[in-house]
Design a protein around this ligand. Structure first.
Ligand code: NAI
Ligand code: 15L
Length: 272
């Protein structure tokens, strides 16, 4: 992992701070800022010290997000619905939410956003197909569509207002890969933190789209744009292979075995 650059940001905003990744990043991103503002729609542990601020905020509330962003130097946008749900559930948190974040960034002069995008932007590619961040998107769900929209929002706010973004199409960021598919998509917490540091500090990123994956052996994603930011992953899913391959092999036509997005491609429809 790269050494933490100095000086740190004065104040970073982390949305989704009560979530699985937010709880990890609350700790690992501490060296990157004098103060981290931690936000979520649900309660979280109170501020540890004067280097943390805890703000409860619903991303679908434009005025609340405007206040949330005041005084921050960069935003790590991890909040929102993180799996497939009905379109209506995705709409407020993810689609309106990402608009509110960028609009607040524009109004408060924030110049850098890191957007937690997802592999579900390209989930309908078959496993084994090699793609890069410029390959046409193939969203696999309303959730994947909302992340695709978020990437377009990032592109627009750079072209129109000069706000830079690194959109990270995170694979599967968990303590360990949980199944065969994740042997390719796994991103360790250490590599995630390192990639976020590079995304925060690399100069002139414009709008850069990268994949968030560790140095796994079974590669589907040409991640040269992440390498261009200085990302050098240190971990690999390979150390978990024996454990993962002890699980039964899914059937040949199981989406978990066929598509890069796995089971997401077969979620829904909702509300019939
Ligand atoms: P998570 O579901 O644990 O965390 C998301 C957080 O967003 C939750 O704490 C939730 O309360 C909050 N949230 C939901 N709706 C909200 C709203 N309307 N206003 C404010 N906050 C709201 O998800 P996780 O795993 O921590 O992921 C974090 C981000 O990274 C998400 O945006 C997810 O889409 C993205 N991501 C995560 C991956 C992973 O492997 N963990 C893979 C790809 C993308
Ligand atoms: C995601 O986008 C989800 O947020 C996460 O919970 C995992 O399902 C991950 O993708 C994945 O594809 O493994």
């Amino acid at each position: 992992m790269t050494a933490t650059p100095t000086p740190p940001f004065n104040r970073l905003l982390l949305t989704g701070a009560a979530g699985g990744l937010g709880k990890v990043l609350r700790e690992t991103l501490r060296p990157c800022a004098n103060v981290i503002r931690l936000s979520d729609i649900v309660d979280m542990a109170p501020a540890l010290d004067d280097r943390e601020e805890v703000v409860i905020c619903d991303l679908s509330d434009k005025q609340a997000v405007h206040q949330l962003v005041e005084g921050v130097d960069a935003i790590l946008h991890f909040g929102g619905v993180s799996t497939e749900r009905s379109f209506e559930e995705i709409l407020g948190a993810n689609i309106c939410g990402v608009f509110h974040i960028y609009e607040a960034a524009r109004r408060h002069g924030v110049k850098r956003v890191i957007f937690a995008s997802s592999n579900h932007v390209i989930g309908f590619y078959k496993q084994g197909e090699i793609i890069d961040a410029h390959s046409p998107r193939r969203p696999d769900s309303y959730y994947g569509l909302s992340k695709s929209y978020g990437e377009d929002m990032a592109s627009f706010y750079f072209d129109r207002y000069g706000i830079e973004t690194v959109s990270i199409r995170i694979g599967s960021s968990f303590p360990e890969p949980q199944n065969r598919r994740m042997m390719s998509t796994w991103l360790s917490f250490g590599d995630l933190t390192h990639l976020l540091e590079r995304a925060l500090y690399a100069p002139n990123v414009g709008h850069t789209v990268v994949y968030g994956a560790s140095d796994n052996n079974d590669v589907w994603w040409d991640n040269r744009y992440a390498a261009g930011l200085g990302y050098t992953p240190q971990d690999s899913s390979e150390v978990f292979r024996e454990k993962v391959e002890a699980q039964p092999m899914p059937a040949a036509d199981d989406p978990a075995r066929v598509y890069q997005g796995g089971a997401f491609v077969a979620s829904g429809p909702f509300g019939d």
